[in-house]
Structures are given as C-alpha cells and as structure tokens.
Design a protein around this ligand. Sequence first.
Ligand SMILES: Nc1nc2c(ncn2[C@@H]2O[C@H](COP(=O)(O)OP(=O)(O)OP(=O)(O)O)[C@@H](O)[C@H]2O)c(=O)[nH]1
Ligand SMILES: [Mg+2]
Ligand SMILES: [Mg+2]
Ligand SMILES: [Zn+2]
Length: 423
Amino acid sequence: MSEDEFQEALKKQPLVNIGTSGHVDHGKTTLIEALTGVWASRHSEELKRGITLKIGYADTAIYKCPKCPPPQAYYTSATMPKDGKCKYCGSPLEFVRKVSFIDVPGHEMLMSIMLAGAALMDGALLVVDATKECPQPQTREHFTALSIIGVRNLVIVQNKVDVVSKERALESYNEIKKFIAGTWAENAPIVPVSALHKANIDALVWAIEEYIPTPRRDFSKPPRMFVIRSFDVNKPGTNAKDLVGGVLGGTIVQGRFEVGHEIEIRPGIKIKKDGQEVYEPVYTTITSLKTGDQPLEKAYPGGLVAVGTTLDPSVTKADNLIGNVVGYPGTLPPTLYDLEIEVNLLERVVGLDKPMKVEPVRAGEILMVNVGTALSIGAVTSVRDNVAHMKLKIPVVAETGTRVAISRQLAGKWRLIGYGFVK
Ligand SMILES: Nc1nc2c(ncn2[C@@H]2O[C@H](COP(=O)(O)OP(=O)(O)OP(=O)(O)O)[C@@H](O)[C@H]2O)c(=O)[nH]1
Ligand SMILES: [Mg+2]
Ligand SMILES: [Mg+2]
Ligand SMILES: [Zn+2]
C-alpha cells in the first residue's frame, strides 16, 4: 500500500474500528452518542426495551486545536463548536482522522453478538459503571472475549461519575486497577467520564488518540468482508423496473473492494439438493459502495460499508446473509460443515455471577462457535487430546489457523468457555 493511497483513503472513510465492551447498562450506547452524536441502537425493539440487541455503528471525525494543551485540544464532529473553532482559544480546529465505533450489547443473553462485533475491532473501550462493584459478570466476559480475539488496544472508561461520591469514584478506580492487574491490559488508561452529561469526553478522545491508532493494513491482499447486515432497500410497491439489487452491510477486514468487480458470497444460500440442505455460494457484481452517506469508488477496511449488488433483493432481505464472507471469486476459504479445532479452554467460566471451573469438552455435547461474524452450533462428534471434531448446523467459512470462540450452554445461556484454531 502506498502512503498516498492510505492518505487518500483516510479522508473519505474511517480506517479504524473502535468497539465498546462491558456489562449491560453500564452506558456503552450513551457513550457512543456522546462521542458521535449518534444513538447506535436504532431498531424499534431496541428503542422499546432500552437495551442494545444488535451490532450498532456510528462514525465521527476527531479534531484537534493546534494551540491548546491536551485534553482541551481534543474534539469530535459531535463535540466541536459549529464554526469549527476551538472553544478556548478560537483557533481553527485541525482534522485528525475519521473513526468508526462498533457498539455491542452487554446483556448476558447476547454474548454471541458481542463476539461477532469483537471480531471487527482494532481497539476497544471497556465501559465500567462506577456505581457498581467491578467486575460484573459481562465486564469479565467481554474482557475475556477481547483477550481471546486478540484486541490489544484498550481504553477503560469509568462511567457515571456524575452519580458517585469522590470516595466511591476512588474505590471503583481501585477495583478496576485490581481487575486488570497482571493482564495484558494492565497499563490501559482509565478515563472517568459522564457519558450522560458528556463530561470529560475530550480526555477520552485524547486517550483514544494515544492508545488506539489506525492500523496500517496491506490493501493489496485479496479483499474480504464479513457481512453483519443485509437488506432489501426497495419500498413495498416499487415498480419492477425501478427495483434496486440487494445490499450487504459489513466490515472489510482486508484488501479493498471496487465498484464493478465480481464477488463471491460464502457459504451463501441454503438450498435443497437430493433431499439434503446445503449452502451454495452466491456470485454477483458490486454496483455501488458507500460508507455512511459517502459514495466510494474503492472501499477499505474500517467502518460499516454498504455494498450494492445485482442480487435479487429477496436473497439479501431481513439480514438473510449475516455471517457470510465476501471476496473475489475463487479467493475465499472453504465452506466447512465439519470443523476440527484445537481447543484451548479457559480456566473458569467468567460470565456467571460466580465464576466456575470449565469442564472438559465431551463427545456428544452441543457447542456454539463464533468465526468472524458467523455463528454456528454443532455437536461434538469426538475429542482426542485437545482436538475436537464438530458437525455444524450451519457451515462456516474458515481456513486453517482461523480463530474460533467457543461457548457452552450453562443454566440456559451461552457462556464463553474458550477458543480454538481451525485445524
Ligand atoms: N447517571 C448516568 N447515567 C448514565 C450514564 N451513562 C449512561 N447512563 C444511563 O444508563 C442506562 C444505560 O445506558 P445505555 O447507554 O443504554 O447502556 P448500554 O451499556 O449501552 O446497555 P446495553 O447495550 O443494553 O448493554 C441509561 O438509562 C442511561 O441513561 C452516565 O454517565 N451517568
Ligand atoms: Mg447499548
Ligand atoms: Mg441499556
Ligand atoms: Zn484551543
């Protein structure tokens, strides 16, 4: 990738994904709103119930005052004055970079969605409610998920400091310090904020600038995108000649896509063949690319990219293609119905109120696997040493060495128990 191409791309599209993580109701979505001005939980069911159910996206740009010291120097499109000038010294603010936030649910029933989101994160914010003892079960479980998936750029956000005493704020800080002591996140910054009152957000932006850099990716690798959403964007009753093809929403994880190129989507759609249900890859052409409202000729890793296609919209409607992998024809890993994984179990199940020992994997049990944004369950057919064979209900697209998160149902809920690598 040339420096010019990187700089050019940087102006048009966020090239870094910053995820949220943390226990339910600790203020992840409120924090993203404070940073971006966007409420990322927009689905009607989410609005009704006040909890995040799906992966949410919100983009913003970071700006900096050339004269003021940090943290006052730091702004986002949502926090900067309308005239684009520093509110302390009046200097015109300088554009730093675009960033995309990926918001995940904290509810214990939605761990699989968090894992799908985590597969896309270049860095993360771990949101901790200062009014609650730390760690809460999904604080632990999300932190473990970041550890497993290999997210290493972390900023810890101590939220809701508007409703705690100074003593409690200090106690909460010490709980967080103790929680991360001896882990890879030991030196992560802890930034106290009130997401609700948008207090100390400049210090958080500063920490993001210091600790979550935009990764320099190799754009020349064969392009690959993980699908997170798929839609039929036509209004009911549209004339057949005006129909627009199916749209895929996802995050590019390597390479770049260009308008006009042919793509393959795997595992594709379920069909019946000789009385058996199988998945067949789908082939189509990219008719448009967009990030936010910005049309693109080329799309790069980072943020949510909408890919227009020539597919019949009935194929993409209602998130039908979630978890699929997109690439140029012939470049994708194989579709696997049988999975052989080298299993690494956690010592403890961390997502429960009381952590408990992880029992070994047994033949015959049902496990859940997350591979990229794909999710499948399957029965373990055999276990030898630390290698487990599984028969999957829905096939996954993965090559040797692909990282897999493994969950087991405990007390009726899927809990993260370990990770593995595809053999
Ligand atoms: N007092 C106070 N309340 C906050 C703050 N941030 C969030 N809240 C409140 O906490 C509740 C939960 O906030 P959300 O942003 O929905 O929390 P979340 O972590 O996104 O929740 P899930 O996505 O369901 O896990 C809401 O009632 C918010 O208004 C804060 O800084 N101070
Ligand atoms: Mg939320
Ligand atoms: Mg909530
Ligand atoms: Zn200034």
